[in-house]
Structures are given as structure tokens and as C-alpha cells.
Design a protein around this ligand. Structure first.
Ligand SMILES: [Zn+2]
Length: 170
């Protein structure tokens, strides 16, 4: 086999393989060698030297295989690796904006905890007393179970969850 770099009358370059140089001449004469880009049968060998498809040459410099950049198929390790990452891992990369928001949440939280009285588990009771005018209004913070929070909400008592920052669990 012999590969020729061919050149058509319109200036396209392309490569084609032939059994030998005589085969190329014969096919060309019969108009069988056509440019893949424009279909012109007016083709000729380009000036550059044809590369011979000899075995030894092929070993050193193999013919350009199509699509070497195609993604390699994954190794056949069926069942060894989950296709989807476990949903448990809730990690995040924070953008500058998120860092800023996080900082603001922290400031808010610091402000509240600094200026309000901590009432702990008494929070629902204290909040209720204030709401119904049994005690004077003041800023408090503490804990409320989801049920407490729901009840307070239903009674129209305004309160806000304190932002909890992830690293405060550490
Ligand atoms: Zn052409």
C-alpha cells in the first residue's frame, strides 16, 4: 500500500491509499480518484514525497489514525464505582459573594446574641408572654423545637431562626 497526498484543481489537499503507484495512475486515468471536498477528478500528487506504507515505517510512524482525541471509553469496571456521587456529601466551594453573605449572617448572629438575652429552652414561653403582654418586650434568643416554632408561628408570634454557620458545629 502506498499513500499519496493529493492535490485537486481547486487547491484542496487530501490523502488516499493505493495498492501501488500504477494503481493510482490507472484510477486517476479512469477518473476514479476524486477530491472528497469538491468531487473534482482533476487531482494530482502533491509535491511532497509520498509516505510508503512499509511495515517498518508503519511501526515508527503509523498512519494517522482517525480521531485520536476521541474520549477513551471507561474501563470496564462494572459495579466497582458508583456512577453518581453519594448524596450525603454536602460540601461546597464558596464564591466571594457567598463568603460575604456568610460573614453577614455571622454578624447578624453576633449582633443578636450580644444584644438579646439568652433564655434557652424558655424561648417559646418567654416569646408567648411577651406576645400576650405578660412581660415587657425585649430581645431574646434561645431554643425552640420544630413543634414550638410551629405553634408560635400559628399564634402569630414573630421570631426568626438564628443563622447557624456550618463550622460552629465543630
Ligand atoms: Zn477539491
Amino acid at each position: 500500500m502506498i499513500r499519496y497526498t493529493l492535490h485537486c484543481a481547486k487547491g484542496h489537499d487530501f490523502e488516499s491509499w493505493f495498492a501501488n503507484s500504477a494503481a493510482f495512475d490507472k484510477q486517476k486515468k479512469r477518473g476514479l480518484v476524486t477530491c472528497p471536498m469538491c468531487g473534482s477528478a482533476k487531482v494530482d500528487k502533491a509535491i511532497m514525497a509520498p509516505r510508503l506504507g512499509r511495515t517498518d515505517a508503519a511501526k515508527i510512524e503509523p498512519p494517522q489514525a482517525p480521531a485520536p482525541s476521541a474520549p477513551t471509553p471507561p474501563n470496564a469496571t462494572v459495579g466497582s464505582m458508583p456512577a453518581v456521587a453519594p448524596s450525603k456529601a454536602s460540601v461546597a466551594m464558596m464564591s466571594p459573594q457567598e463568603r460575604e453573605l456568610r460573614q453577614k449572617l455571622k454578624e447578624l448572629r453576633d449582633h443578636v446574641t450580644k444584644h438579646a438575652s439568652y433564655v434557652g429552652a424558655q424561648f417559646p414561653e418567654e416569646a408567648r408572654k411577651m406576645h400576650y403582654g405578660e412581660i415587657e418586650h425585649r430581645s431574646i434568643y434561645g431554643e425552640a423545637s420544630p413543634e414550638d416554632a410551629k405553634e408560635l408561628n400559628e399564634e402569630g408570634i414573630e421570631f426568626h431562626p438564628l443563622p447557624i454557620l456550618p463550622d460552629e458545629y465543630n
